[in-house]
Design a protein around this ligand. Structure first.
Ligand SMILES: Cc1cc2nc3c(=O)[nH]c(=O)nc-3n(C[C@H](O)[C@H](O)[C@H](O)COP(=O)(O)OP(=O)(O)OC[C@H]3O[C@@H](n4cnc5c(N)ncnc54)[C@H](O)[C@@H]3O)c2cc1C
Length: 381
């Protein structure tokens, strides 16, 4: 078990592993086949305290530190087969609950945080549009101030949790002439007039996480539901991404640890040509590379978590960690599948699901190419 964690943090990781095996895994394969979100699993995670780990106690959270959250996410990533549920929870935490806690007014926090922490409310954020993906700030969605309301018009797509969300943080242009500084964020409730969502989109992986379109047609949002100042959308979005690029990817680290253990065991026990397959260098070197990727992922992730936990910004560090961990996960899942041969390719084992899930990590929270662009910009290129 990881030595940079305190004993309490290690205990959280162990507890998360036991919890996932006992409460979240039963029936997960069938749910994955049916593409079914587990409401019961969500409620169990909420009762276990996952959405509230780092949230203030006054709103019902546990008030714990970032590394405890990282340890818990690693445990869930290691043991939970319902990876869509873990993704859905992370989106809820880092793109809705956490920005409301960081940028919200006292009345916004009192209104929304208790429900988001207890699990009675589900959240997410809506930035991407059909014609504005990586170039998110070229969005068309507009918010026009009319009296005590803003009127939002536009559509969003590929929004995690959209089909099940009670509220979404929606980004819209309030001042077209100001570029980045003309985008604002709004807490939009499902019941607001003019708000609707489409049915769940079918994706390659993370199948138990509902993801879909959002439509805003003259959607009336009270002024008090603007998060932060007018024009603060870019700062809010960048802050969200730094958190998501560290804490969400802790679950990937846990998943990679589990894959490594499975590969070591299989390479020792599977025999071909009269010897264990692990005695072939082409197999053992794949596993050695997995170990190196996992150790480096851990160092990068814990560095970002340490910076974020200390209240510091980490735009370069989170971009590097996100890029390295997401690409390592794809490579490790690919190699694990190869090491297990046809058994690896079979849906009976976890590796094909791991690979389908892993590929998404190179796209959401900013694609690999965009992370490289961010890193290059920091290098003055
Ligand atoms: C599982 C999943 C969950 C998601 N959840 C959410 C969510 O909750 N909320 C939300 O708002 N969005 C969400 N998204 C959308 C995600 O943020 C976008 O998919 C992502 O930003 C990329 O945009 P795009 O898919 O439109 O690709 P595009 O931006 O069209 O890019 C297409 C390709 O071109 C490359 N490219 C584009 N511009 C450049 C450039 N300047 N330099 C180099 N390469 C470039 C990209 O890297 C990519 O390979 C989710 C996506 C996925 C897959």
């Amino acid at each position: 078990m990881e030595k940079t964690f305190t004993e309490e943090q290690r205990n959280f990781k162990e507890l998360a592993i036991e919890f996932a095996r006992r409460e979240l895994n039963p029936g997960s394969r069938e749910r994955e086949r049916r593409g079914e979100f587990s409401e019961a699993g969500w409620q169990k995670c909420a009762a276990f305290g996952i959405p509230g780990i780092t949230m203030p106690q006054e709103y019902g959270g546990l008030g714990l530190d970032t590394m405890t959250c990282i340890a818990t996410m690693e445990g869930l990533g290691y043991a939970c087969r319902d990876s869509g549920l873990i993704f859905s929870l992370n989106s809820h935490i880092w793109t809705c609950e956490s920005p409301i806690n960081k940028f919200g007014s006292e009345s916004q926090k009192r209104k929304y945080l208790p429900g988001l922490i207890s699990g009675s409310l589900k959240g997410g954020h809506a930035m991407t549009e059909p014609d504005a993906g990586s170039d998110a700030f070229s969005m068309r969605c507009r918010a026009e101030k009319k009296g005590s309301h803003y009127v939002l018009n536009g559509s969003k797509t590929f929004i995690t949790n959209a089909p099940i969300a009670d509220l979404l943080l929606v980004f819209a242009v309030t001042d077209k002439g100001k570029g980045f500084a003309g985008v604002s964020a709004f807490i939009v409730e499902r019941g607001f007039p003019g708000f609707s969502t489409g049915s769940a989109l079918e994706m390659m992986g993370l199948k138990t996480c509902p993801l879909g379109e959002v439509f805003l047609q003259d959607c009336e949002v009270p002024e008090e539901n603007r998060l932060g100042q007018e024009g603060a959308g870019a700062a809010i979005f960048n802050s969200e991404m730094e958190w998501e690029r560290s804490c969400l990817f802790a679950a990937h680290l846990g998943a990679m640890e589990k894959i490594l253990e499975s590969c070591i065991a299989y390479a020792r026990e599977r025999r071909q040509f009269g010897k264990a397959i692990g005695k072939n260098q082409s197999v053992s070197h794949k596993i050695a590379d997995m170990k190196v990727r996992i150790e480096l992922s851990r160092l990068m992730l814990h560095k970002v978590a340490g910076l974020k936990g200390a209240g510091k910004r980490a735009p370069l560090e989170s971009a590097m960690a996100k890029l390295f961990i997401s690409e390592s996960y794809v490579q490790i899942a690919t190699d694990a599948l190869q090491i297990h041969g046809a058994y690896g390719y079979s849906a009976e084992y976890e590796f094909e699901r791991n690979l389908r899930d892993a590929i998404a990590g190179k796209i959401y929270s900013g694609t690999s190419e965009i992370q490289r662009n961010i890193i290059a910009t920091f290098l003055g290129l």
